[in-house]
Write a protein that binds this ligand. Structure first.
Ligand code: ATP
Ligand code: MG
Length: 360
């Protein structure tokens, strides 16, 4: 008797611009993966929560949108943002409320050089750049606290308040130490700007050293964020696991992605480590209006994010298989323009699907 398949209910939010193209590509790859490997299936529900919809009807998410999402096993997200809507409106209407309401306090952003691709840094081999950035995803500089007074005068005053809590810092530190401990080099670099920002960043430093005592086998070091950008470029090999605040890690992970070959390959996982709420998986890139609608977006970051979702759902072997299929294709030169290739989104997607069927 054939065992019944596990069914994963996935909320799919393609969003804007190339988010739509790469989400469609990722759904195809995920369905091919489940059919080929067997034992699990995906049930996708697509949510039309986008800037385009907002411009037509005046809202991104319905009032019970966050409640609706709680019914799913995971969320797959494309990208949000469009030139006709101020970015702070689109971000605060969709992605930031989801991360906060669903307790996705960790954002994991692995970076490495995939087979057949290369770093813009000269003499940087794949073994020289293999990082995981652990981004605090719930507080800090993206707390949304503050305000503007005298807004429409010549004397406008604005405050942007960063909020750092002991609970928030301790939980992200513990996650980062566990991540560092699980990796071969057992090395954690913590990034702040505690020389100039003397409250929240100093608290980060203190809690980092306190939690470090629980992990004597993890090698630690501390960097200021400005010096960190230099070190990432000049000495990538000296880094492994990195933990940083919401804003700093946002910036560092774009740099990391560019150093690994293209922003189009980098994945991210917004995790609720307690597993009480669904986690959300999305490539780190945005909606890229400059190339939207042309069918040329690199879907690799979307596929890698999909692999991380499959892993989080407990299908480790399928996740490894998907990563192998992706890298077999990049190695064979099936790449989009941003990676120096000539293929479009559909051609790369077709190739990865065919490779999944051949390999698994
Ligand atoms: P966001 O504010 O949503 O993070 P952004 O303004 O940072 O967006 P992105 O949309 O991430 O910008 O894109 C920056 C540039 O990188 C784009 O203009 C595009 O040319 C390129 N790019 C991003 N993603 C991809 C991709 N998947 N494939 C190819 N090029 C990409
Ligand atoms: Mg960006």
């Amino acid at each position: 008797i054939r065992e019944r398949s596990r069914i994963f209910k996935i909320a799919s939010i393609p969003g804007d611009g190339i988010g739509v193209d790469i989400t469609e590509a990722a759904v195809r790859v995920l369905n091919t993966l489940s059919k080929t490997v067997g034992g699990f299936e995906f049930e996708f529900e697509t949510f039309d929560w986008s800037s385009k919809a907002y411009l037509e009807r005046g809202w991104y998410m319905p009032p019970d949108g966050l409640e609706q999402l709680k019914k799913y096993d995971a969320i797959y997200f494309g990208a949000v943002g469009w030139p006709d809507v101020p970015d702070h409106i689109s971000l605060w209407s969709l992605i930031l409320p989801i991360r906060k309401a669903l307790n996705q306090y960790v954002n994991v952003r692995p970076t490495r050089i995939l087979a057949g691709t290369k770093s813009p840094l000269s003499d940087c081999s794949p073994s020289d750049l293999d990082w995981v950035i652990v981004r605090e995803n719930s507080e800090g500089e993206y707390s949304g606290q503050g305000g503007t007074s005298h807004e429409h005068s010549e004397h406008a005053v604005a405050t942007e308040v960063s909020i750092f809590t002991q609970v928030g810092i301790e939980r992200i530190m513990r996650f980062a130490f566990e991540m560092a401990k699980s990796r071969p080099r057992k090395k954690l670099t913590m990034v702040t700007k505690s020389n100039a920002q003397r409250h929240g960043m100093v608290l980060w430093d203190r809690i980092f050293y306190e939690i470090a005592k629980e992990y004597p086998d993890v090698e630690i070091d501390k960097m200021l964020v400005d010096a960190m950008t230099v070190r990432m470029v000049l000495n990538p090999k000296s880094l492994d696991t990195i933990v940083a605040t919401n804003l700093h890690a946002d910036i560092l992970s774009d740099l990391a992605a560019a150093l690994s070959g293209s922003i189009g390959i980098a994945p991210s996982s917004n995790l609720d480590p307690t597993r009480k709420n669904p986690s959300m998986f999305e490539p780190i890139h945005g909606s890229a209006p400059d190339i939207a609608g042309q069918g040329i977006a690199n879907p690799v970051g979307a596929f890698w994010s999909a692999a991380e979702m499959v892993r989080w759902l407990g299908e480790e072997k399928a996740a490894d298989g998907l990563m192998r299929a992706i890298e077999n294709m990049t190695e064979a030169g099936v790449k989009t323009k941003d990676l120096g290739g000539e293929k479009n989104t559909k051609e790369v997607t077709d190739a990865v699907c065919t490779e999944i069927e051949r390999l698994l």
